[in-house]
Each structure stands twice: as structure tokens, then as C-alpha cells.
Design a protein around this ligand. Structure first.
Ligand SMILES: *Cc1c(COP(=O)(O)O)cnc(C)c1O
Length: 366
């Protein structure tokens, strides 16, 4: 018997998650002159907050000690900022760790987990990894179809994973839509609202104020991350808001030192750098406007996005365009793994990066 056959059947059948191509990998593969730009993983193109970098560097001097396993200082700051109690927060090695913890906590083999057809792939990986049964619900014009998800609920449903805005489509639902949805979800189903891109829409009055619903729903879990607007993707810090009993459960499954000390220090400091968040938001708005105008002028179809990326329809196998851009040192994200083989996802970069992108893309669509 081969080692492959020893693995659980669901894992034998799985494909490994393919992240955005790292800059160094492209450098190794093609001998490219000039700087490579990566617009493939929705990272902050302005980099991390200098305050966060300074705090992480400081913390490096004491990495002989284990980190504070409770993450007290970071939780305290989050609790103040968002007016929740400390015992309503769970920290994760990125929010994808929390996606996993929720599956481990609530989903037994063959239990059903509801995911949007174009949902974030980590939900599928987390579900299959514990032999749960993913139930993919069709989207409606690329948008997460909340009423259809309600209809998909059975007595065997344990978790519903929702990203708002959704990745890779960028579509989002409103507060009214979400409220109407969660009111009808039975209590035996955990609703995971993944708000990785929360900060990009937070001042939109229609964007859900999910925290305001937290006290009413013991089965609601809101995920946030430092990987996107805070520019700390490489350090891996995410957090969950829930009522205390759900947080208590997640904390039992969580490994004790899942967030390292430089990461804790950087995240805590990043929360103070309001200026950096503001600048990042502004950069994203300008970039999004620029790119939308370009796409409209060139008659390239795209899915309107509330996040820091935009997904375009190539109207043919998108790999050709992906490869052609790679040869010019531009990394974007093909979406074949998401069952969107004609689409490419482009992260909003700086204006210089986007100008290079539009120049490179123009002849490919003529
Ligand atoms: C980027 C992203 C995350 C963030 O993952 P981390 O593990 O926190 O880096 C989570 N959910 C969605 C939908 C995302 O697009």
C-alpha cells in the first residue's frame, strides 16, 4: 500500500491550494528584466505600516520567549476599538486558521457545510480536510445567493461560510440582506461571516454592521484579518468576533501559540496607524476608479467589486493572458481552480503598477 492510499479518501481526492505566484518564483522561472509586480494576492501595495514594522523588529529581540498565548494586548486593543469584550475575540494564524478551527469545532465527518459556488477556496479545503461534505450553492450573477443558501440548509448542516465582499468575485451583500438571512438560519447552523475586506467598505452605509447583530446571534462568527488593508499578510494574523461561548470553544481547539510574538506586536501597532489605513484606502479608491475607467473604455467586462481587487472576463481561456502578462513581469491570478477559467483577478496596485498593467493588457484584448 502506498502512503497516498493511507490518507483519508477525501484528502486523496483533493488538489493542493495554489496561491498567487511569488515574485521570486517568477524571477527563477523567466529571466525578466526590470521589476516584477505582483497583483495576485490582494496584498496592500503600499506595504506594511512603519509602526508595525518597528514593533515587530523590537519583538524579534525577545523571540527566545514563547509569545503570549492569550494575545492579551492585541485583544485588548481590538476590544476597545470595536466595543466588544475580550472573551468575544479569538486570534488565528491568519483568518484561514480560524476557518479551519470552526470546521474542526463543529463539523463531523459527512456533516454538511454550505459554501457559495464561487466562494473562497479555504472553506472547501477546511471542510474536505475533516471529511465534511461541502454543499456548493449557485451564485446569482456572481453574487452569493443568500436565499438559495437558506434553502440548502438541512438538519445535517453545521456551518455556512460567507465572504463579504466575496473573493474572487468582489461582490457583496447589504446589511438588510444579511439581517434577513441570519434571522432565518436555524440555531444549529454556525454562520461564518468572513470580512477580510471589511475596511474597504466600512464607511458604506449599506455594508453590514455585523457587530451590531452579534449579541442577538450565538451562532454568528465574524472573521477579520491583518492581511489586507493592514498590509501584514506575511505575518499571519486574523481574528474572530463571536459571543463568548463560541470563542471559548474555538480557544479549546486553537493551538496555544498560533500567533507569534512579532506578529502580535505588529498587529497591535498597526491598529494605531490610522494614517496608513487611510492612505491605503485612498490608494485603493483611486486605483479602482482608474482600472474601471480603463476597462470600460476597452470594453472589457468585469465584476463590480467592493474589495481591493477586480475580476475581469477574458471571454476566452484566461491562461493565455495570464501567461502573456507573466512574460512582462506582471503577476495576476487565474481562477481556473475557482471554476472561472475565463476570468482573471487583478489586485489594485499603486498607480504606477496599474499603468504598467493597463499598458501590457491593452494589446492582449485587441
Ligand atoms: C484574503 C482573504 C482572507 C485572509 O486570509 P488570511 O489567512 O487572514 O491571510 C480571508 N478570507 C478571504 C475571503 C480572503 O480573500
Amino acid at each position: 500500500m502506498s502512503i497516498i492510499e493511507l490518507a483519508k479518501q477525501t484528502i486523496q481526492n483533493m488538489q493542493p491550494y495554489k496561491p498567487g505566484k511569488p515574485i521570486e518564483e517568477l524571477q527563477r522561472e523567466l529571466n525578466i528584466e526590470g521589476p516584477i509586480i505582483k497583483l495576485a494576492s490582494n496584498e496592500n501595495p503600499l506595504g506594511p505600516s512603519p509602526l508595525a514594522v518597528a514593533a515587530a523588529s523590537q519583538a524579534l529581540n525577545q523571540v527566545n520567549f514563547y509569545p503570549d498565548g492569550s494575545g492579551y494586548l492585541l485583544k485588548e486593543k481590538l476590544a476597545k476599538k470595536y466595543a466588544v469584550d475580550l472573551n468575544q475575540i479569538t486570534l488565528g494564524t491568519g483568518s484561514d486558521n480560524l476557518v479551519n478551527l470552526i470546521a474542526q469545532t463543529f463539523v463531523k465527518a459527512n456533516d454538511e457545510v454550505i459554501i457559495c459556488q464561487y466562494g473562497f477556496l479555504a472553506y472547501l479545503v477546511a471542510t474536505l480536510g475533516i471529511e465534511g461534505q461541502p454543499i456548493l450553492v449557485n451564485a446569482k450573477q456572481w453574487k452569493t445567493n443568500l436565499p438559495a443558501m437558506l434553502e440548502a440548509i438541512t438538519p445535517n448542516t453545521r456551518v455556512i461560510y460567507l465572504a463579504n465582499p466575496n473573493n474572487p468575485t468582489g461582490t457583496w451583500f447589504t446589511h438588510a440582506e444579511f439581517q434577513q438571512f441570519i434571522e432565518q438560519v436555524p440555531q444549529h447552523v454556525i454562520v461564518v461571516l468572513d470580512e477580510a475586506y471589511h475596511e474597504y467598505l466600512a464607511d458604506n452605509p449599506n455594508y453590514p454592521n455585523a457587530l451590531s447583530l452579534l449579541n442577538s446571534y450565538e451562532n454568528l462568527c465574524i472573521l477579520r484579518t491583518f492581511s489586507k488593508i493592514y498590509g501584514l499578510a506575511g505575518l499571519r494574523v486574523g481574528y474572530a468576533f463571536s459571543q463568548a461561548p463560541l470563542a471559548d470553544l474555538l480557544n479549546r481547539v486553537r493551538l496555544p501559540f498560533n500567533v507569534n510574538s512579532p506578529a502580535l506586536a505588529a498587529a497591535t501597532a498597526a491598529l494605531d496607524d490610522i494614517e496608513h489605513v487611510k492612505k491605503s484606502l485612498q490608494c485603493n479608491r483611486q486605483g479602482m476608479e482608474y482600472l474601471e475607467t480603463f476597462l470600460q473604455e476597452k470594453n472589457i467586462e468585469y465584476i463590480p467589486s467592493g474589495a481591493n481587487f477586480i475580476t475581469i472576463d477574458c471571454k476566452r481561456n484566461a491562461n493565455e493572458i495570464y501567461e502573456a502578462l507573466l512574460r512582462q513581469g506582471i503577476i495576476v491570478r487565474p481562477l481556473a481552480a475557482n471554476k472561472m477559467p475565463q476570468h482573471l483577478r487583478i489586485s489594485i496596485g499603486t498607480s504606477d503598477q496599474l499603468q504598467r498593467l493597463t499598458t501590457a493588457i491593452t494589446p492582449l484584448f485587441n
